[in-house]
Ligand binder design. Structure first.
Ligand code: 5AD
Ligand code: SF4
Length: 473
């Protein structure tokens, strides 16, 4: 960034101030009685792929750069450093990274000093890191999922002349204390409660790139949530691959939720992702009874067929899943339910798929995240017989999307006339806010600023499953 400081007082020594600010001026001009200094502050742009965990990692990464006086750029073109925080859960995410790296190659031709770093899940696979280095020799830094925090130091090493840094080392130590990302927008904040995954679902690459499951200490999580609330956050989402198996020395997920619900302030807590085999009846009942625990459960089912669930190594069956859903609906009033579904897992027959459609009809999710099965090298499912042809997968997902949009629309229309407590996160004629059950509502704020406040909104209409409402006076 280039900005200008005008010193109108001739007695001020600008060099001293610059040293104090710990920034390097590029140009210093003397104009009559005023110093006109143009300072170049380094800027970083981080492109994020994948899940909320990665979005949160990026926030923390921006903060780590900020501590080194490197500020955020609004796009790659305005940056001195470009970081790709990658995902490899499905092939599409990897293809997008490669496509975007192609654009950066062109940018680097016009900006030879641009530093390019690639980090995250995709690079943690050593073969992918090798391939990236070969295909994109202009990349300066490749680091996996464990050394992200050291990126600013690696950038410094490149500035000092290091040509290429590769760090795929594994460090499963759980960071102690709090690690707060600085953010001006404070409404919805994320807090990591655990890292890694031990479930080894047969389609999934995550346990191989994120390592073994490990939880942060309850005291650290609680302190981080407390500070965020004190700073004005109203919605906290706890993050982990399988939050229900959270465990520190003395506490499980139930005790963590109870402790957090006991904090002072006006806020609600959401969490994701839950695993149906581990979401306990006690946690369901607690969510239903504590006002500060939002009425929202994301419970990925992946498939409605027992045979496919077994081959996926999900460790629950259709009946057990549906029993849990019944319990959720019984104990959590006005619950918002969402799920993930994979279509076209190896050997999936039309009967298996119709079991999935049937389960979706039965549960009636507010929203579904639907994925076409993507072969991930190194996972057991990648070498299973009976891979489903692409056109069959596409046809099935189209049917599933159609069914879900009918359900979402029907559920949305049922809300007309109802009043929701809404956490406002936008301004203007099309202001937005989120409900405790994780619905988005659009409304006109009438020129008043309700940003980061809880307000009551009555639903007046629905368009393509989207809820529109008016503020209750
Ligand atoms: N193919 C398609 N979808 C996948 N997911 C995980 N691995 C794969 C894969 N190989 C989906 C699952 C998971 C979500 C985060 O991503 O549905 O819940
Ligand atoms: Fe992947 Fe299964 Fe772990 Fe989720 S629980 S991250 S789908 S292995």
């Amino acid at each position: 960034m280039i900005f200008r400081i005008i010193f109108t007082d001739i007695s001020i020594n600008p060099r001293k101030i610059i040293t104090h600010l710990n920034i390097k001026p590029r140009l210093c001009l003397l104009k009559s009685t005023a110093f006109d200094i143009i300072i170049h502050v380094k800027k970083v742009f981080i492109k994020t792929y994948g899940c909320q965990m990665n979005v949160h990692e990026t926030e923390k990464l921006y903060s780590a750069f900020e501590r080194e006086n490197i500020t955020a750029a609004d796009c790659a073109e305005n940056a001195d450093i470009v970081v790709f925080n990658t995902c490899c859960v499905r092939e599409g995410a990897e293809t997008r990274v490669l496509g975007n790296l192609g654009q950066i190659k062109k940018l680097k031709q016009s900006k030879p000093n641009l530093i390019v770093a690639v980090c995250g899940c995709m690079t943690q696979q050593s073969k992918a890191a090798e391939m990236l280095h070969k295909r994109c020799p202009f990349i300066n830094i490749i680091t996996g999922t464990y050394s992200l925090g050291a990126l600013p130091q690696m950038v410094k090493a490149v500035e000092k002349g290091e040509k290429f840094i590769l760090d795929l080392s594994v460090n499963e130590e759980v960071p102690q204390g709090t690690n707060l990302a600085t953010r001006s927008d404070n409404v919805n904040r994320f807090v990591n409660i655990m890292y890694g995954c031990d479930n080894f679902c047969t389609y999934c690459i995550v346990p191989y790139v994120k390592g073994r499951e490990r939880s942060r200490r309850l005291v650290d999580v609680k302190e981080e949530v407390r500070i965020l609330i004190e700073n004005g956050a109203k919605e906290i989402t706890l993050l982990g691959q399988n939050v229900n198996s959270y465990r520190d020395e003395n506490n499980d997920f139930y005790s963590l939720l109870s402790e957090l619900a006991g904090l002072n302030g006006d806020f609600w807590i959401k969490f994701m992702t839950s695993h149906p085999k581990d979401l306990s009846d006690d946690v369901i009942k607690l969510v239903g009874s504590e006002k500060k625990l939002a009425n929202y459960i994301h419970l990925p089912v992946q498939s409605g067929s027992d045979d496919i669930l077994r081959k996926m190594n999900r460790k629950y069956g259709r009946a057990e899943y549906l029993r849990k859903i019944d319990l959720i609906k019984e104990y959590i009033p006005h619950v918002g339910l969402t799920s993930d579904i994979i279509v076209g897992f190896p050997t999936e027959t039309e009967k298996d798929f119709s079991d999935t459609l049937d389960l979706v009809k039965q549960v009636e999710y507010n929203n579904l995240f639907m994925f076409i099965y993507s072969k991930r090298n190194g996972t057991p499912a990648a070498i299973m017989d009976g891979q489903v042809p692409e056109e069959v997968k596409k046809e099935r997902i189209t049917r599933l999307i159609g069914l879900q949009s009918e359900i979402s629309n029907k559920l949305a229309e049922k809300c007309i006339g109802e009043t929701f407590e809404v956490l406002c996160d936008g301004h203007g004629k099309n202001a937005t806010g989120k409900t405790s059950d994780d619905r988005v509502i659009v409304f006109d704020d009438g020129g008043k600023d309700y940003y980061n406040q809880f307000i009551e909104v009555q639903i007046t209409s629905v368009k393509n499953s989207k809820l529109y409402g008016k503020i209750r006076g």
